[in-house]
Design a protein around this ligand. Structure first.
Ligand code: FAD
Length: 468
C-alpha cells in the first residue's frame, strides 16, 4: 500500500546542496525517509574541504546539517562512491527518487603550453586548498614553499584570494584554526613573501567579493600594489555602470584605499590584463631546482566591448613573470557519471528547477539535481541553499501531485537493502554515529593544540580510529 510505505529518497553527495535538500524535504514531507550517500567517510563537502580555515563562522552551517544528521528519518552512508561502488540501477530498484548533489570534484584547466608537463610546484587551487584543509586526495601534495619568495596565483575569484591570504597570514594566527598540522608546519617554514594575483581582464570584471578583498587589505605587515592609474582610468570611463552596481562600487572603494598599504615585509599585488600562455621550467639537470617552475609567460590584453560584457583581447605583446610556485585558480568542474544526462558545454546536469531533463528536454521521473552540479560551480553556500530549497520544493510538489517516480508501484527498502549489497561488494560503510565518533576524536586532538579540531588527513586513519 503506497499510502503506508514511506517515500524513499536517495541523495548523492553530502555537501550543502545535499543537506539543504534533505532538510527541506524532511521538514515539508513527514513520510519521506532520506538516505545520503557520500564518497568520503566524512560529510559536509566543501564546507569542510573548501571554506578557508580562518573563516570558522562560515562553517557554522554544519550545526544545521548536524540536526539533519540526528533526524531518525535520515541515514548517512559514507565511504560509498556513486558510479563505482553503487550504480543508478542499484538505486532505481530501492528508491522512489534520487537527488544528485555530488558537486564539482575536478578543476578546470587553462589549456596552455606545458600545462600537462610534470613541472614541479604548479598546483590547482583545488589541490592546494584540499591540502591545507585535509582532503585525503591531497594529503601528499608536498608543495615546496621554501624554494622561492614569490607565488603567482592565476584567477581573480574568492578562491584565489583565499590561497593568497593563507600564504601571507602569520602562522601564529593560522595555528588557532582547524588548518591541518602538516600544512601549518610547511607554512611555518615558508619563504613566500610576495603573492601576485593575476587575471585576464580589469578591475570591474573581478569575481572576488568585498569581504575577501578587505581581508587581503588588512593583512598585517603586508604592502599592496596594483596599477592604480589603470584602475582610475577604468573607473572614470565607467562611472554610470559602477553607480548602478553597489557591490562593485564598494569593491572599487576598497581597492583604491589599498593605495595607503605601503609598509610591510610582505606584499601582494593584483595584476590585470594578463592571460597565461605557457609555463616555463628550470632544466631537468638544474642542480638546485630540476624541473621546477621558473616563470609564466602571459599575453598582455586590452579590453573591448560594453562594460557589462568586456572581453580580453590579446595585444600581441607578451610578458614573463618569474615565480617558483604557481596556483591555478580558474574554477571547479563537475564530472558526468554514467546513467545521467550531462551538458558538457555548461558542465552541469540539464534541469528545470531541479528536475533532470533528458537530451530532448523531457523531465526524467524521480531524478533531481541540486547545488553546483545543477547550476555550475559558482556561488556561495547561501546561493546553494536557495537552489537546494527549489529542488526540494519540486520533489515535495511532485510527491503531492502523485507524479510518476522511479517505477512507483513497488515497495522500496532504501538503504536497508543497499547497505548489505555494498558490504557484499566489500565496501566499508560509515554511519552518522561513526562520523560523530570521528568528530569527537578530531575535537579531542584539537583541544590539545588549542584549535577547534585536528582533521584526519588519511582515510586509513579515519577507519582505523573507528576500530580502536
Ligand atoms: P560540495 O560542497 O562540493 O559537495 C559535494 C559532495 O559530494 C562532497 O562531499 C563530495 O565528496 C561528494 N561526492 C562527489 N562525488 C561523489 C560521488 N561520486 N559519490 C558520492 N559522493 C560524491 N561559500 C561560502 O558561502 N563561504 C565561503 O567562505 C566559501 N569558501 C569556499 C572556498 C572554496 C575553496 C570553494 C571551492 C568554495 C567555497 N564556497 C564558499 C562555496 C561553497 O563551498 C559551495 O557553494 C558549496 O559547497 C556547493 O555545495 P554542493 O553541495 O553543490 O557541493
Amino acid at each position: 500500500d503506497s499510502k503506508l510505505s514511506p517515500f524513499r529518497l536517495a541523495v548523492i553527495g553530502s555537501g550543502p546542496a545535499g543537506f539543504y535538500t534533505a532538510y527541506r524535504v524532511l521538514k515539508d514531507h513527514p513520510s519521506t525517509l532520506v538516505d545520503m550517500y557520500e564518497s568520503l567517510p566524512i560529510p559536509f563537502g566543501l564546507v569542510r574541504y573548501g571554506v578557508a580555515p580562518d573563516h570558522p563562522e562560515v562553517k557554522n552551517v554544519q550545526h544545521r546539517f548536524d540536526e539533519v544528521g540526528q533526524d531518525s528519518r535520515y541515514t548517512f552512508i559514507g565511504n560509498v562512491k556513486y558510479g563505482e561502488d553503487l550504480t543508478i540501477t542499484d538505486l532505481k530498484s530501492q528508491y522512489d527518487a534520487i537527488v544528485f548533489s555530488y558537486g564539482a570534484s575536478q578543476e578546470r584547466s587553462l589549456g596552455i603550453k606545458n600545462e600537462d608537463e610534470p613541472i614541479r610546484n604548479i598546483f590547482s587551487a583545488r589541490a592546494f586548498v584540499g591540502w591545507y584543509n585535509g582532503l585525503p586526495q591531497y594529503r601528499d601534495l608536498e608543495p615546496d614553499l621554501t624554494c622561492t619568495d614569490t607565488a603567482v596565483v592565476i584567477g581573480h575569484g574568492n578562491v584565489a584570494l583565499d590561497v593568497g591570504r593563507i600564504l601571507l597570514t602569520d602562522v601564529m594566527e593560522l595555528s588557532k584554526t582547524d588548518i591541518t598540522e602538516y600544512a601549518l608546519e610547511k607554512l611555518g617554514k615558508s619563504k613566500i613573501r610576495k603573492v601576485i594575483i593575476v587575471g585576464r581582464r580589469g578591475p570591474l570584471q573581478v569575481s572576488f567579493t568585498a569581504k575577501e578583498l578587505r581581508e587581503m587589505m588588512n593583512l598585517p605587515n603586508t604592502k599592496f600594489h596594483t596599477d592604480f592609474e589603470f584602475i582610475k582610468n577604468e573607473l572614470s570611463a565607467n562611472v554610470d555602470f559602477i553607480s548602478k552596481n553597489r557591490p562593485l562600487k564598494r569593491l572599487m572603494q576598497i581597492l583604491e584605499k589599498g593605495r595607503s598599504n605601503t609598509i610591510g615585509d610582505k606584499s601582494w599585488s593584483l595584476k590585470f590584463l594578463r592571460s597565461p600562455d605557457e609555463f616555463l621550467a628550470h632544466d631537468d639537470n638544474d642542480p638546485i631546482r630540476p624541473k621546477y617552475v621558473r616563470a609564466i609567460k602571459f599575453h598582455i590584453n586590452k579590453l573591448e566591448g560594453p562594460p557589462e560584457k568586456r572581453v580580453a583581447v590579446p595585444t600581441g605583446k607578451m610578458e614573463e613573470l618569474e615565480s617558483g610556485l604557481v596556483l591555478k585558480s580558474v574554477g571547479y568542474k563537475s564530472v558526468p557519471i554514467k546513467g545521467l544526462p550531462f551538458d558538457e558545454k555548461k558542465g552541469l546536469v540539464p534541469n528545470y528547477k531541479g528536475k533532470i531533463l533528458d537530451n530532448d528536454n523531457n523531465e526524467q521521473p524521480g531524478l533531481y539535481v541540486a547545488g553546483w552540479l545543477k547550476r555550475g560551480p559558482q556561488g556561495v553556500i547561501a546561493t546553494t541553499m536557495y537552489d537546494a530549497f527549489e529542488t526540494a520544493e519540486a520533489i515535495v510538489s511532485d510527491i503531492k501531485q502523485n507524479k510518476p517516480m522511479l517505477s512507483f508501484q513497488t515497495t522500496k527498502k532504501g538503504s536497508d537493502a543497499i547497505i548489505p549489497i555494498l558490504h557484499q561488494r566489500g565496501v566499508r560503510t560509515i554511519s552518522y554515529d561513526d562520523w560523530k565518533k570521528i568528530e569527537e576524536k578530531e575535537n579531542e586532538a584539537g583541544r590539545v593544540k588549542n584549535k577547534p579540531r585536528e582533521k584526519f588527513g588519511r582515510i586509513e586513519d579515519v577507519l582505523f580510529t573507528l576500530d580502536t
